[in-house]
Design a protein around this ligand. Structure first.
Ligand code: SF4
Length: 280
């Protein structure tokens, strides 16, 4: 069986920077706490916890030391609470996420009613919404129909959103509002992976997508691969691979989400090769 691997694999640059900063912080001997896992990847989370990184659900649980801000960023109010408590803040928000905050604030300052396309329960979107209080958050074309009237709307989008989904919603907004100013804030890494998922899926019979089950960008990749004709499996590691997936398969694809380390993708490739030799 031939295994075709996507060109863009392993950590995106934002996650790579975040992980490096977290490792350096714990190695310095500081007490470092993150709110939510640094990456959507169980193996990497375990590794960082072994190195000493702590995890809390809320800033209220952090009494001292350093508050580590992961790539998704945090709401403004959490920064304010951390400062008021005298915590050190190590801000590893991805620059592409900061750019979304800046774009949204700029549009608001120019008088646009802000619309954030994204999952309101996702940490990144919560952070973005905190920069533009009163913004509307939508996820589907149908959500557009339920929005109140406005004359000028300014739009930003979650960094890992689907490009097609963004384009469809903007089209619907354009039909509803007099002026729509949309900034495509889907990050370059996400864009590249989505493009490769769609292209690669057309060339393979089976696609394996490696990434955390809660990772929004990995889920989108698996959906795209399915939509483009490949029988697709979303897994977190090599242990989930099953031999029968590759029975009679001559070309399989392999790609990963933005928070999947390169070594994990390599180990999945090795296991796929081993299983395909055993497949009938
Ligand atoms: S997926 Fe994009 S926005 Fe998110 S951390 Fe990676 S580079 Fe940054």
């Amino acid at each position: 069986m031939q295994i075709k691997r996507a060109k863009t694999q392993g950590f995106c640059f934002g996650v790579a920077i975040t992980v490096k900063k977290a490792e350096e912080a714990v190695a310095s001997g500081a007490t470092v706490t993150t709110l939510g896992h640094v990456v959507h990847n169980p193996q990497m989370v375990e590794q960082l916890e072994r190195q000493g990184l702590r995890n809390a659900d809320s800033v209220d649980e952090v009494q001292s030391g350093t508050l580590f801000v992961r790539a998704h960023g945090l709401p403004v109010s959490v920064f304010q609470t951390a400062e008021a408590k005298g915590l050190e803040i190590l801000d590893a928000t991805c620059p592409m996420v900061t750019k979304i905050h800046v774009q949204a604030e700029k549009l608001r300052a120019e008088g646009y009613k802000i619309i954030v396309i994204g999952d309101p329960n996702h940490a990144e979107v919560k952070g973005t919404l905190s920069h533009v209080p009163g913004a509307w958050c939508i996820q589907t074309q149908e959500d557009v129909d339920a929005l109140p009237r406005a004359s000028r709307v300014g739009v930003v989008v979650q960094s890992t959103w689907s490009g097609t989904g963004f384009a469809e919603i903007v089209k619907r907004l354009t039909a509803k509002y007099y002026e729509v100013r949309a900034v495509n804030t889907i990050c370059t890494d996400t864009h590249n992976r989505q493009f490769e998922a769609a292209e690669l899926a057309k060339d393979v019979e089976v696609m394996v997508v490696v990434g955390g089950k809660h990772s929004a960008n990995t889920k989108h990749l698996a959906e795209l691969a399915t939509a483009n004709g490949a029988r697709t499996y979303h897994i977190e590691g090599p242990g989930e691979l099953e031999r029968q997936w590759f029975d009679g398969v001559s070309v399989a694809g392999l790609m990963s989400g933005a928070s999947t380390p390169g070594w994990l993708v390599d180990s999945v490739a090795e296991r796929m090769e081993a299983l395909s030799r055993r497949a009938s």
